[in-house]
Write a protein that binds this ligand. Structure first.
Ligand code: ITT
Ligand code: NA
Length: 216
């Protein structure tokens, strides 16, 4: 049994398209605060594994707006609940200049934990809150994944990122910031789940996880 631990129904819909063997588990693990996603996902995966005692994946994701220095980033869920998606879009577009057309990236880190070790590897690299290293290159599949083995319980990480720009809300699909995130002329909310998965941060991270997990 592989549990996909989340309280977010939108994430579950997308994950099930990729991994049919995955079972959604609505467990609200305590989230640590960090300027980067990887430690949050890793900590959550450990906590969730200790809770269920079976293999888990945790998905930590966020929207990083370049003109706002990576805001809301790891705080995306909180900011969605407080400011709201539309207002985040307005702030981002107000910051827009000719050279910086409210460019942004969605990032996702999938953390897997089953209590086993994956071999000795380093702590995850801190890529900075804007995630420049990833966003600078859209070949998200080429990014290095890390294993966190120095804690008590090892965690394996898979990252995905997608570049886009912030626009006025369009579309009814998806969830969260999808209506204001445009990629190649289409917002994520205007795409079908399949279209979004094929290019999204989550889809890319899940694809990498799926390849690795199939061999495990
Ligand atoms: P869990 O922690 O329980 O999984 P959550 O919604 O709190 O659910 P995160 O902590 O990872 O998840 O916060 C991610 C937030 O980032 C999410 O609430 C959305 O606001 C935004 N987000 C992440 N992926 C997104 C996507 O594919 N489309 C739109 N918004 C997304
Ligand atoms: Na969360």
């Amino acid at each position: 049994m592989l549990h996909y631990v989340t309280t977010n129904a939108g994430k579950v819909r997308e994950a099930r398209e990729y991994l049919d063997q995955v079972t959604p588990l609505d467990y609200d693990y305590q989230e640590i605060q960090s300027e980067t996603l990887a430690p949050i996902a890793a900590y959550g995966a450990r906590a969730a594994f200790e809770h269920v005692g079976e293999p888990v994946i945790v998905d930590d994701a966020g929207l990083f707006i370049d003109a706002l220095d990576g805001f809301p980033g790891p705080y995306s869920a909180f900011v969605e609940e407080t400011l709201g998606v539309e207002q985040v879009g307005q702030i981002a577009r107000a910051q827009q200049t000719d050279s910086d057309r409210a460019s942004a990236s969605f990032r996702c880190v999938i953390a897997y934990c089953d209590g086993e070790s994956f071999g000795a590897t380093p702590e995850p690299v801190d890529r900075g809150r804007r995630g420049q290293d990833l966003a600078a290159d859209e070949r998200a599949t080429a990014t290095t994944d890390d294993t966190v083995d120095s804690g008590t319980v090892p965690v394996k990480l898979f990252e995905g990122t997608v570049l886009g720009r912030i626009v006025e809300p369009r579309g009814e699909g998806g969830f969260g910031y999808d209506p204001i995130f445009e990629h190649n002329g289409t917002t994520f909310a205007e795409m079908t789940a399949e279209e979004k998965n094929a290019i999204s941060h989550r889809g890319r991270a899940l694809a990498k996880f799926g390849d690795w997990f199939a061999k495990r």
